[in-house]
Design a protein around this ligand. Sequence first.
Ligand SMILES: [Fe+2]
Length: 227
Amino acid sequence: MLSIVGAKHSDVGAVAISRMYFPNEVFKRPWWWRANRAYIRRKAVRGLATEIRTSRARSPEEVIDPRKALQFVWLPDAQAIHFYDHHEAHALPALFYTDWDSALLVTADGAGDNVSYSHRHFKDGKLLTVNTWHRRLPPGGIAHLYQAVTGALGFRENRHEGKITGLAAFGKPVLYDEIVSHFWVTDEGLIRSKFRRTATLFNYIRQVAPRVKRKTPRHLCKRLSRI
Ligand SMILES: [Fe+2]
């Protein structure tokens, strides 16, 4: 990645990274954890987002050693590391394109940082997290729809969903009414669908996709899929 912009490891001053999975050694452990580690379920890696939540930490630095984390990402000389919140990162770009001084920011995702939905309130220049939903998405949720469409159009699932979103701006909403009729939003703000099983949703999308697939520029799909 660095070579693309002609940079070296030593050129990196600060790192912003997701609350992803890190090896056990990178986490700070209390004395009782170290004393009982033989009895604690062995896992090679642990998710930072989960560790923060289960230990009720107020910041990532309470549970992870920033220096060791920088070593793990092969950037030991960087001066600082910041562990960004997945849903906050989703929410902020929407806010940047407004001039509002008060806003409710709602995100709906698969399970980034093990969170499926979040509500944040922006006011007086500050962003307050109102609520997050850690529960697993029910089968057939909106994130599975993104995944199904990505695969059905010839892209790689769990990787190219962002490209599908970008390309959608160049297309026409041919299937919008058809697809959206299977989804609704609950009073809590959660998205639900008629599909009882994820496989049923994927089959449905595979059935309807050929109606728009012909219009997808094939050479563009191929080129973008390689990235
Ligand atoms: Fe996400």
